[in-house]
Design a binder for this molecule. Structure first.
Ligand code: NDP
Length: 327
């Protein structure tokens, strides 16, 4: 028997989450069983732990959209017992039991070998949010980062923190947008050279085009923020659209695309093929300074998860929550 955070749904459709003991034979089918060491708290996890169950597709359910650990048993030659592995995406923690347990069983294709230079705790300090931040930066690079600062929105959150640290380490000037002025020192320590109050973007003239300012953007917020940012991009610059923490609507016009050649790049971390995953994790190990990653970490245990899930949905979590599932 081992511990897991299990989400249940009662006859009235109300969900509840609690730590309980489960057994190996309760785990879903899969080629590889992993002794999980660390998981994290992402925005999606907040939805899955919270009331209503968010994106959960089956009950009872073990959430946790990412994890890192050691292979305990395997029917696949790519992952042998004792190997360190990391998992993000593939709707694990939504449709398939996830990382909020001391053991997980998954398809071999979903796992990536832990890249050299990262341990399992560091890999989960990165987690889905950081992996996505790297994909967002790689997409900007593919389309060419222009002169001028690179804007990061939702900067004090998980995606934003990692994107800020990677971009700064690559030598870009980073302008970090935050609604929490108290995080300014933290964002500066990650490498941001400019702190932009959230209202400075959201409360602009709302004209379709404003001064050409940003050479690129990683946007974790969507909604009004993304709409305003599109009109502030330099000619031919790109925005990697990652998230919707500020809303799913997009009250924008086509003008920035027509008159400034702006590129809006959608970033999806869930269905990335194996080779892309390996490439992104290798870039993370190379381009994300580990001292900055340490500064982002908020440690947690399985029993902290219900509170942390509520916190991330309110935009109150700073950096990355790393869940030690064995403590
Ligand atoms: P966090 O909650 O850690 O960060 C989101 C940040 O957005 C907050 O910290 C806050 O930053 C800002 N924010 C929150 N609410 C608002 C608001 N109403 N208006 C403006 N800014 C707001 O979440 P993550 O970084 O983990 O994820 C960010 C988004 O990216 C989520 O929507 C998530 O679902 C999505 N995502 C998408 C992935 C993909 O594959 N495309 C993968 C991973 C995440 P601050 O306080 O600094 O303003």
């Amino acid at each position: 028997m081992f511990n897991a955070l299990v989400v249940q749904k009662n006859d009235e459709g109300k969900t509840s989450a609690a730590v309980q003991e489960i057994s190996l034979d309760q785990l879903p089918q899969g080629d590889v069983t992993v002794a999980v060491e660390y998981s994290t708290v992402n925005y999606k996890d907040g939805l899955c732990i919270g009331p209503g169950g968010g994106l959960v597709r089956n009950y009872p359910h073990v959430p946790g959209i990412d994890f890192a650990g050691t292979v305990a048993a395997s029917d696949d030659a790519r992952h042998r017992p004792g190997d360190k592995v990391v998992l993000t995406g593939w709707r694990v923690g939504e449709a398939h039991w996830g990382g909020y347990a001391q053991k997980a069983r998954v398809k071999a294709d979903w796992l990536v070998p832990l890249p050299r230079g990262l341990d399992t705790r560091q890999a989960m300090a990165v987690g889905t949010a950081g992996f996505t931040a790297m994909l967002a930066v790689m997409a900007l690079e593919d389309h060419g980062i222009k002169d001028g600062p690179v804007l990061v929105t939702g900067a004090a959150g998980g995606v934003g923190s990692v994107a800020t640290a990677i971009l700064a380490n690559l030598g870009h000037e980073v302008a970090a947008v935050t609604g929490r002025p108290e995080t300014a020192d933290y964002l500066t320590s990650l490498g941001a050279t400019q702190i932009v109050p959230r209202e400075d973007i959201n409360e602009t003239t709302k004209r379709p085009l404003e001064a050409e300012t940003w050479g690129g953007c990683v946007d974790a917020v969507g909604g009004e923020m993304l709409a305003r940012v599109l009109g502030q991009m330099r000619y031919g610059a790109s925005v990697s659209a990652v998230g919707l923490a500020g809303g799913a609507g997009l009250p924008a016009t086509v003008i920035p695309f027509l008159l400034r050649g702006v590129n809006l790049l959608g970033i999806d971390s869930v269905m990335q093929p194996y080779d892309n995953r390996v490439r992104a994790w290798e870039r993370i190990a190379k381009d994300l300074p580990m001292d900055k990653l340490e500064a982002m970490i908020q440690p947690a245990t399985l029993s902290d998860l219900p509170d942390l899930g509520r916190g991330i949905l309110k935009g109150q979590v700073k950096g990355r929550v790393v869940v030690d599932v064995n403590s």
